[in-house]
Design a protein around this ligand. Structure first.
Ligand code: AMP
Length: 318
């Protein structure tokens, strides 16, 4: 499995005393859970290592674990960097390739070029946590209940509760193994992931009421600061909701544009049922998976151009 790249990763982990683990900007539960689980599992199995999970913390995901600060005396140019759940350095939060002695990527996003010194890419996996589980099981690494729960959280979240097409027998085998061996607390995991304030549910109804749907089955909505204020939610809330529009008959592809006051950018979330969208996103300052992509854009004209291209893609793929 993995053409022995996983063995080479373990060898590199053994070689370095200091290890930094990073992931993508705007992290989701798979990004954070894979990062925290890998950090804790390396510490558990190789006690002499200093391991740091870096990047901006997200209060909503604090239950998964908290981020570290790299101490000043750690020399990055003598350290190992592992990036998770991110195809390219341009989207890594808090680390660049040339700062570190050696770099490793573990990811499930498609990528057609080498990014690190060692890349473990499996775009058939539903999540980065799924790949990590295989690396852990293949190499007989010890894990504890907390890490098992984090890995399960990443798998459940990125597969959208085993709903998306990336869910395979392998996904269920891994989930079953985690459940079986570590006796993980499903109720807590689902509560942490899915409990929402009523205001968010009302915001979701607002989106459903106001989404525009073209004759080609493309749904789009531009969310404004006034909308967020009215429903007492923030710009990230829409991103967490985009999967919830799956399985609406009239929608084959749908996209949200959310204006973020902090970055002064439009964050675009795109999903589809069967219409390939990641190549369209790539042409518009974005990327992602075949049926789940995103982009960051600077102007409303760019948003309109992307939405037009997605509508065209829906038309072509009828
Ligand atoms: P999201 O809608 O934010 O959950 O993102 C869906 C997918 O698109 C994720 O796999 C992201 O890695 C990818 N993605 C989101 N934004 C960008 C971007 N600006 N550039 C490249 N890929 C992105």
């Amino acid at each position: 499995m993995f053409n022995n790249i996983d063995k080479q990763i373990i060898k590199k982990i053994k070689e370095f005393k200091n290890i930094v683990i990073a992931r993508h900007i705007g992290p989701d539960p798979d990004a954070i859970a894979s990062q925290i689980a890998l950090r804790d599992i390396i510490k558990l199995n190789f006690e002499d290592k200093n391991v740091y999970a870096i990047g901006i913390g997200v209060s909503k995901f604090k239950y998964i674990g908290t981020m570290d600060k790299i101490p000043e005396d750690i020399v990055k140019s003598e350290s190992l960097l592992i990036i998770l759940d991110v195809p390219e350095f341009s989207r890594v939060d808090g680390a660049t390739k040339d700062e570190y002695a050696y770099t490793i990527k573990i990811d499930h996003h498609p990528c057609d070029h080498p990014e690190c010194d060692l890349d473990l890419i499996d775009d058939t996996a539903c999540s980065t946590c799924e790949i990590l589980c295989d690396v852990i099981f293949n190499n007989d690494l010890v894990i504890n209940k907390v890490s098992a729960e984090n890995l399960f959280t990443g798998i459940v979240s990125d597969s959208d509760r085993f709903l998306l097409s990336y869910t395979t027998p392998r996904t269920f085998n891994i989930a079953s193994r985690l459940l079986d061996i570590y006796n993980i607390d499903l109720t807590k995991i689902y509560n942490d992931l899915y409990a929402r304030p009523l205001s968010e549910r009302k915001f979701e109804s607002f989106i459903i009421d106001n989404i525009n749907i073209t004759e080609n089955g493309f749904g789009y909505i531009k969310l404004t600061n006034e909308d967020y204020k009215k429903y007492d939610v923030d710009a990230n809330t829409a991103s967490n909701m985009v999967n919830d529009l799956n399985h609406i008959n009239e929608l084959r592809c749908w996209a949200f544009s959310s204006y973020d006051e902090k970055t002064k950018q439009f964050r675009i979330n795109i999903r589809s049922r069967g219409v390939v969208i990641n190549d369209v996103a790539q042409l518009h300052n974005g990327g992602g998976h075949k049926f789940a992509s995103g982009a960051r854009l600077n102007t409303e004209e760019e948003v309109d151009a992307l939405f037009k291209a997605l509508d065209e893609r829906c038309k072509e793929s009828r």
